[in-house]
Design a protein around this ligand. Structure first.
Ligand code: UT7
Length: 333
């Protein structure tokens, strides 16, 4: 009997429409194109338009993913959404997607894992599908980070943009080996102060993230970039090795790495530590910046469209984000 594996049946993505270049930012904050390109690899990012919301950005990707998987909305039994920036606190972003699809009955919930939201959601879907092989899961991940950052704070404003995507996942019982080979998620809440978003209720003072009297714009992402950089590289490297070992796959057998797109230097350092040359690493941070939970679907969609990820490719996807959270998914496409 063939082993049930969950599989990403389709993937699609979308970003904000408003292109913001480094030069645009340099007009309003103390930064410059040369610094941003050299230290991050980012040339431009995209914001959603004023008067639009997170769901307006991801819905085209949701609809395309459903079409590509030849799946009707009513066939979806579960919607899992990883985002920090849903339109409302309640209903959840997943519930609003369900409403916009016009379907009833499927379970729908958000999980909060910052940049790791999409891969956390893939991992949850993987476990559900392996328990319940008839289930089709819609996984959505992405963020409109422009809505939760201080656009005058150069330590974050140059990095982030808006993007997201969707995948339809289901079981592969064919025994051809395609699907998720191994997927793990990790967290280190005790390091939360390194990259956090306050609820604007004083709890960040209670946890020692902010000193009493220290003013900062409400509900904006705060990051100690230097510290995050080091822990991100180390954590993604260690987790990648664990996931590869669990699946019995050698580093040399990775065809493509589709990594979290936060900073080209993080990507290059990780690739070099894993001994994978950059020709096998998909990069689009230059055009989108860090879209938080949107980086993996945006990069995977492009890597598939460009033929870099093709049927049978062994793909490693490491991610790292606020919270702190991280995760790695290894799959045969
Ligand atoms: O997705 C979640 C995970 N997030 C990340 O992975 C982000 C990880 N961190 C990073 O990507 C990098 O740490 C940053 C891009 C945020 C910062 O790069 P860095 O090389 O660590 O720069 P730095 O903070 O050490 O600053 C170096 C210099 C400083 O000037 P001095 O003290 O050397 O004179 C900064 O004041 O660069 C200056 N600087 C800037 N200059 C122009 C810092 N930010 C900027 C800026 N524009 N935006």
């Amino acid at each position: 009997m063939s082993k049930v594996r969950s599989q990403i049946l389709s993937i699609a993505a979308n970003s904000g429409d408003v292109v913001v270049t480094n030069d645009d930012l340099a007009k309003v904050i103390d930064t410059n194109d040369e610094w941003i390109v050299k230290r991050t690899g980012i040339r431009e990012r995209r914001y959603i338009e004023d008067g639009t919301y997170w769901s307006d950005m991801v819905m085209p990707a949701v609809e395309k993913a459903l079409d590509d998987a030849k799946t009707k909305p009513e066939e979806i039994g579960l919607i899992v959404t990883g985002t920090l920036t849903g339109d409302l606190e309640m209903p959840s972003a997943a519930g609003l997607i369900q409403a916009r699809l016009g379907v009833m009955g499927a379970g729908a919930f958000n999980l909060q894992a910052a940049c790791s939201g999409f891969l956390y959601s893939v991992t949850v879907a993987d476990r559900f599908i392996r328990c319940e092989p008839d289930l089709k899961v819609l996984v959505v991940g992405g963020d409109a980070v422009s809505r939760i950052m201080d656009k005058m704070d150069r330590s974050t404003a140059v990095l982030f943009g808006d993007g997201g995507g969707a995948a339809v996942m289901g079981a592969n019982t064919s025994g051809d080996g395609r699907g998720i080979l191994s997927s793990r998620i990790y967290s280190s809440g005790e390091h939360g102060a390194m990259l956090y978003l306050s609820a604007d209720n004083g709890a960040d003072i209670k946890y020692g993230y902010r000193k009493p009297g220290e003013e900062m714009p409400p509900r904006t992402v705060q990051m100690r970039g230097n510290e995050v950089f080091k822990i991100a590289v180390h954590s993604m490297e260690r987790a990648s090795i664990e996931v590869l070992e669990e699946a019995g796959i050698d580093k040399d057998d990775i065809d493509v790495i589709v990594p979290h797109q936060a900073n080209i230097r993080i990507i290059q350092t990780l690739a070099s530590r894993l001994g994978v040359d950059m020709e096998r690493v998909y990069v689009n941070v230059d055009r989108f910046g860090n879209t938080s939970a949107g980086t993996i679907p945006l990069a995977l969609t492009e890597a598939v469209e460009q033929g870099m990820v093709k049927e049978g490719s062994t793909v490693l996807m490491p991610v790292f984000g606020g919270g702190l959270t991280w995760g790695v998914t290894l799959m045969k496409w």
